[in-house]
Design a protein around this ligand. Structure first.
Ligand code: 0RA
Length: 644
């Protein structure tokens, strides 16, 4: 691509504010100082390199995790400008790295469209690094500068000459700021894969040199988001073998869409705005869904696949089994919502609506065989849904007749404000009984589940909805599911899965997580779903009548450590709890339910794609992919389940 490389100069950069603010309140800039915030540092630098790629100047990015805890990001873009800044009278490079929000992104024509993690800038990374080295190849030279905690420690100097251009950043995340400075290879790798899917021109090479054996992976996808939907559907039987793809652009921005249906029942429509995953949706997805439903119905009617008197296919019908990527790029994205991942720009709705309307109807006209298969799949879904609705209406009426909207087994709490209440989902009637006695009934509700929980990954919706357990869960939680889902109707803001600390308990927990992931994923995003951690062992003195437990131990390592530190281990007995039912209500309260002493693990979704793949592989019907995944993760399988 040929572009005028001299179009940008120091004057385009607007100066805003110092970096002390960032160190004082890091959360304001990177969300958290936990692992998520730590990884955001890497994304921020890489996103700047990606911006160079989107502007047509950069083709490869190398990321390396170094033995000394630092991270190196190298790109072959234009390089950060090194000329003297007209207002600040220091090198522009120094301005970009030491002044908050300095960057071509804010005004100026340096960039056509910028990504960036909500565009906080490389200076934020500098502020939060105990040390940073930047090398720039530009204007024929190689320039180097060094910083510590956002302050210049070595002025810019020329250290060599170079024809090729580019930027290299090495940074050491500050231990004074972050809870942990240990980068996770898998988390970063999944993010780079996503970035590479969304930016087809880019090659991202990722190395980890920290371990004995260095690890390395390279991402490059010639077909971009088309490769992405194929990846999402890799274990499934597809309906349109070749993903549908189209793109469009107007003054409002650009849109790119790829879509492919499979015979599965779930919907996987993922939206991005400037490469940022919009977890909470937004105008781009509204436009997409609207156009999709309308276009498929129009086509079905025209082809007489849908009779005149028949009702329209619903949005859920047409999206059943659909994997789609909707990626938009725009100049000034507005991010709204609880986690600032909902796109708010209204002009984007129309852009996507028109693009999908035109692109999809053209595809359907030109490809009658897959087009008809897609409509047939939606028709099937519609019939199943009608049958399920009938069944549900029946149970509803039954509930009304019985005078209660809530499941009979639910022992509800008396407080009504959901922000204060908790629902314990408990395996088995006996544990349920203990939990009912143990609980604080003002704000803790108990829902005991008897028998097997349906694996919703393998069941079509109408079957899931005829399961008593699933119905009890849905009515107790109160949000509804699918198009009726409304997070604000949640009756509890803490929903706690409490199962035995054994294999069966883990299995039940996974089935429940699968249910939440498929039917109420927003509750996971909102952080409402938790897993209770009951103790595995109780330690008590031998030959005492009271049998009082001195200590509870939650895993094998804690037990080993505890035994090593006892002066005379022979004086003690260790009791292994096989189930929640073995603890008396008081013990259950103390160890697992009392807010001051219990341990809860909040369930989070870091990467939808990976979770989706894992859930599909583990819970779906493809035996080979399940075996592969289990073998791959034989060591840490338990952790992986619980981190879904
Ligand atoms: C400010 C202005 C320009 C580029 C960059 C910063 C830039 C930052 C980073 C961070 C990592 N790699 C980067 N590459 C470039 C515009 C430069 C121009 O118009 O020539």
């Amino acid at each position: 691509m040929t572009k005028d490389k001299s179009s940008y100069s120091g004057k385009d950069i607007k100066v805003l504010k110092g970096l002390d603010a960032v160190r004082k309140r890091p959360g304001m800039y990177i969300g958290t100082t936990g692992p998520r915030g730590l990884h955001h540092l890497v994304y921020e630098i890489v996103d700047n390199s990606v911006d160079e790629a989107l502007a047509g100047y950069c083709t490869r990015i190398d990321v390396c995790l170094n033995k000394d805890g630092s991270c190196t990001v190298i790109d072959n873009g234009r390089g950060i400008p090194v000329d003297k800044h007209p207002e600040m009278h220091i090198p522009t490079l120094e301005v970009v790295l030491t002044v908050l929000h300095a960057g071509g992104k804010f005004g100026g024509d340096g960039y056509p469209i910028s990504g960036g993690l909500h565009g906080v800038g490389v200076s934020v990374v500098n502020a939060l690094s105990s040390r940073m080295i930047v090398r720039v190849k530009r204007d024929g030279g190689i320039y180097e500068m060094e910083f510590a905690r956002g302050k210049t420690t070595e002025k810019m100097k020329k250290i060599g000459t170079s024809k090729p251009t580019g930027t290299e950043v090495i940074f050491w995340p500050d231990e004074e700021i972050f809870e942990t400075v240990n980068f996770d290879f898998d988390t970063l790798s999944a993010h780079f894969r996503e970035t590479a899917f969304l930016t087809k021109t880019i090659k991202i090479r990722f190395r980890d040199e920290r371990g004995e054996e260095p690890k390395e992976i390279e991402y490059h996808f010639d077909h971009g988001i088309v490769d992405y939907v194929k990846f999402l559907n890799q274990n499934k039987e597809t309906i349109n073998k070749k993903p549908i793809y189209f793109e469009a652009s107007t003054d409002a921005g650009q849109v790119e869409v790829a879509m492919q249906w499979s015979t599965s029942y779930n919907e996987m429509v993922i939206g991005f705005a400037n490469n940022i995953h919009t977890e909470e949706g937004g105008t781009h997805l509204e436009g997409f869904r609207n156009a999709l439903t309308r276009t498929i119905n129009d086509y079905a009617r025209k082809q007489k696949l849908l009779k005149d008197k028949e009702e329209n296919l619903s949005g859920e019908d047409v999206r059943s089994g659909l994997a789609a990527i909707v990626s938009v790029r725009l100049h000034e994205p507005q991010f709204e919502g609880q986690t600032k991942t909902k796109l708010g720009n209204t002009e984007i709705r129309g852009l996507v609506l028109t693009a999908v309307g035109n692109g999809l109807s053209e595809y359907l006209e030109e490809n009658p065989t897959p087009a008809k298969a897609i409509v047939r799949k939606a028709l099937q879904e519609s019939k199943a849904r009608a049958a399920a609705r009938k069944a549900r209406d029946l149970t509803r009426r039954k509930n009304v007749l019985e005078g209660a909207g809530l499941p009979g087994k639910l022992a509800d709490c008396s407080v009504k404000d959901p922000a204060l209440t908790e629902l314990y989902i408990v395996e088995g009637d006996s544990a349920g009984g203990s939990a009912k006695q143990a609980r604080e009934r003002s704000y803790q509700a108990i829902l005991p589940l008897r028998g097997k929980i349906l694996n919703v990954e393998r069941a079509p919706l109408h079957r899931a909805l005829s399961s008593d357990t699933i119905n009890a869960l849905i009515t107790a939680i109160g949000t509804g599911i699918g198009e009726e889902f409304d997070a604000s109707k949640a009756r509890y803001h803490r929903i706690i899965i409490m199962t035995d600390a054994d294999v069966d308990g883990a299995h039940i927990a996974i089935l429940l997580l699968t249910f939440f992931f498929r039917y109420m994923p927003e509750l996971i995003s909102l952080g409402y779903i938790y897993i209770a951690c009951p103790p595995l062992y109780g330690l008590k003195k031998k030959n005492t009548r009271t049998g009082k437990i001195l200590r509870y131990l939650y895993n094998d390592e804690a037990l080993r450590e505890c035994m090593e530190n006892l002066d005379d281990p022979d004086k003690y007995d260790v009791q292994r709890y096989k189930g929640l039912g073995e603890m008396d209500p008081e013990q259950l309260w103390e160890t697992t339910m009392q807010p001051e002493t219990r341990t809860l693990r909040q369930v989070t979704i870091d990467d939808m794609t990976d979770v989706n793949r894992v859930v599909e592989a583990l819970m779906g019907t493809n035996v080979d992919s399940r075996r592969e995944l289990l073998q791959e993760h034989a060591k840490d399988i338990d952790e992986r389940f619980l981190d879904i």
